[in-house]
Write a new protein. Sequence first.
Length: 132
Amino acid sequence: KFRKEYQMHPAYTLESPMDVAALFMVAVAKSDGDMTKGQKDKILSLFASEFKLNEAKSSELLGASVHIFGRGDDVLDSPSRVLSRTMDSFSAQQVSSVLSMLEDVANVEGEPSDSQKKLIKKILIAMPKARD
């Protein structure tokens, strides 16, 4: 079990909805290649406003998310696997908040690109459905 866990991509071992949301924001920003300064600033401002993180913690979360994203294939190809450990941890309000933040990041440079739209749709499909 340990070996399997050890060999698993770090994106698939995230256990906090905040970490998953941060990784998805980075994925949307980097889905067309490099993250722009505008996207980076938007993500940092969302970390501050939505996650209530100070500047240092926001930068730390962004750095960790970029590192975990790596080349991105694992995240871009399988958002459902990224969500696997946090499915039961997301409230309906958090799901809606994450999707709203992804849209904000996608809209930084104007109209979202096709790859951003496709990724957000994949994430939307993978996200836990609202439960009452």
